[in-house]
Structure formats: C-alpha cells, structure tokens
Write a protein that binds this ligand. Sequence first.
Ligand code: ZN
Length: 180
Amino acid sequence: MNNALWAPWRIDYIRTVADGGAGCFLCEAATMPQSDAPHLVLARNSRCILMMNKFPYVNGHLLVAPYQHAADLAQVPPDTRSAMMELVVIGQQLLSEAMNPQGFNIGLNIGRCAGAGVPGHVHMHIVPRWNGDVNFMSVTGNVRVIPQALTEAYKALLAAADKVLPAGQAHAAGLNLPTE
Ligand SMILES: [Zn+2]
C-alpha cells in the first residue's frame, strides 16, 4: 500500500535475506571498529554499538546492538542492557541535534513475526518522528522513500556528536565512549 518505488538499500536487504547465509551484519559491524564509517557506526561503548539502519523505514532510523550475538535481552547480562540504554540516549540526542524530530519511537522487535529482520541478534530501534508522518505500524510495515542519503545523515549525526557530547568523546571515525 505504501511501498516505495525507490529505496535501493532495501533491495540490498532483500537480497541479503534471500541469500540466507550472509552472516550477521550486527556482528560484522560490532567486530570491525576500523570500518565504522562504511558500516555507519556512530558510537561504541564497551559492550554495544550505535549505528544507522542501512535498511531504514525513515531517515535517521538508528539501531543499538550488543557485541554479544544473543536473540533476546534475557540472554545478555544486566550491564549490557544498561550499556544499550546509554547508547539509546546518545542516539536520541544526536538525532535531536541533527534532525530536530518532534518525537521518537524506541523499542524492540523480538522474533520474526514481530518484525525483527535479524531475529538472532537483539537490537533496539530509535525511530525519529515528525508531526504529519505516518504512524509507527505503517512505518515498520512498509518500505518508504528516504529523502536524504544515508551517508549524508551519517555525517550530520557525527557532526552533532561534536556539539552534544563532551569534548574528546567524538571523533571523525565514530564515537568511542569511555569504557566501564
Ligand atoms: Zn550477530
């Protein structure tokens, strides 16, 4: 009903899913800090990463995932859950600074029937919202046109980090936040 005609990154995603054996993109991003820019990783702490969703339903759609490949929050230690929340807050701050959203949907899709594209690796979604956009269920259920290139948004969010975070925490290749 609301399917976009132009969303090239969704096509890559569909190919990945169809291939079935392409590995876990969250693990790949988590274990390759030297490739944060191509993976669109915005921030890391000792347990988790904050990255852009390369297959977004709205521009600015971010993900927070633990380094640990675990299917559910119950399978990661409490410290990891806390670290996830820290990056959720930072993601929200970066979006507020860079894109001025009027609201957010923040949450989890557990299991494929609930809409999880990567059911084996738990991750939180941060979806910026603006007055007049469609409701969240429509957003997650349909492919939409993304008006701004991912890399452009990535640069804007990294620039926002320079303003939002204390000096020294942000740098060009992504944010490496203090470890515990
Ligand atoms: Zn994984």
